[in-house]
Design a protein around this ligand. Sequence first.
Ligand SMILES: *Cc1c(COP(=O)(O)O)cnc(C)c1O
Length: 488
Amino acid sequence: MNKSPITSLDPDDWVAFRQQSHRMMDDMLDYLEQIRQRPVWQDIPETTRARYSEALPREAISIAAAHQRFMEEVLPYSAGNSHPGFMGWVQGGGTPVGMLAEMLAAGLNANVGGRNQMPVEVERQIVRWMRELFSFPETASGVFVTGTSMANLMSVLIARTAALGKEVRQTGLCSDHIRLVAYTSAEAHGCVAQAMDLSGLGKQALRRIPTNAQHQMDLASLKAAIAADRAAGLRPFFIAGTAGTVDVGAVDDLHALAALAKAEQLWFHIDGAYGALGMMSDKVRPLLRGIENADSIAFDFHKWGQVPYDAGFLLVRDSSKHMDAFAAPVAYLRREARGIAGGSPWPCDFGPDLSRSFRALKTWFTLQVYGTEKLGQMISYTCELAQAICSAVQAHPELELLAPVALNIVCFRYRGLPSVQLTDHESDRLNQEIVFELHESGVAAPSTTIVDGHLAIRAAIVNHRTSEEDIQRMLAAVIASGRKLISR
Ligand SMILES: *Cc1c(COP(=O)(O)O)cnc(C)c1O
């Protein structure tokens, strides 16, 4: 028989391959070291975009040639979330430590669906660390997933199975089950409604509770909604609190929500996508009081945790309820007392994925190499930067703050000098245009959102690289662009 055409390289090829690997590593380290000198973002040239409609490659090219294409066509045109000037949405900056760990994980090519292997133990170590961080009991379970969108969906499925019993996995939802209703803040992330949709319970069964002046779910309205649903013969089963709303960074009163959920015997889930890891920060931890009473917490290591994408996580207080929703005995996944098929339960028993990447490794490296103290200080620092933006906005006659700043997100707008009277429509258009100009200039990249009906410039400081200089540059660019546009 012939050899496989893509088995190991021969010794001479390995020498060249190592040299190539050093060039690739150097290029990526140069990119991270010198990222400040690059624009935050630049639009993709049409010629570059067009090259990505080419036919399936039949002939091989060298790795050096593919690398060159990457350097010229891909690297300069990412969204820019690793750049210190990036303040859009809620995205982490990644680290060189995470990058190297990801390379090690890919080299090992572990399939962390299960089996008797150290990569599963590394994931279990992260589960133990997260139990400790959130003061969860020894019996709590956890699992890596793509992100909080997936973790929120899984929490709805776990709560559904806990409410209806495991039979629901056989029967599916029948008309009687459609009475299940869930509750979340009107400012919750869209993936909470999506979770209701994908779970078959339907978005209509999600009550979006109004918020108070602090943008927190209003408790009196929540209680009234639960009572009204019970009176109507419906069956409340799930409350999703938010630790760090995506628009303004508000934290629901988690302590009160936990107490209410307990009294009403509802599952209490927390969407802590970016805010939950604030537990590492002395400044943020007090705001999260009550998080330790949740039935489940969804969060992302890839946001405030700075682990490279993707690294979402779901922590569940009662591991048996967690497994009830997902574990399924099948012959080809038989568990054994010895050998590679030992060591059950496996990560695949705690979610819908069977084959899974070794997300735990880059998280394990990040938590060890930086330590939770430094990571917590970095999180506190992003909040201090947000407070500095907030103060600068309030002190400037041409800027207006649109929401209180609880964590690391500032929503504001350019309004011109007090003598200028803009209609709501003009103000929205002006601020949208300012953000377009900022993106296209490559200087800074805030995003936009709607706060109380007004279009806001939204600066979320998530990236550990962002400094005071970057926020000054962003504010100066907003003001310069606003003045120029308003004078037209
Ligand atoms: C980012 C975010 C999500 C979605 O998380 P993904 O990891 O992008 O799936 C959900 N909720 C909140 C509050 C978020 O900030």
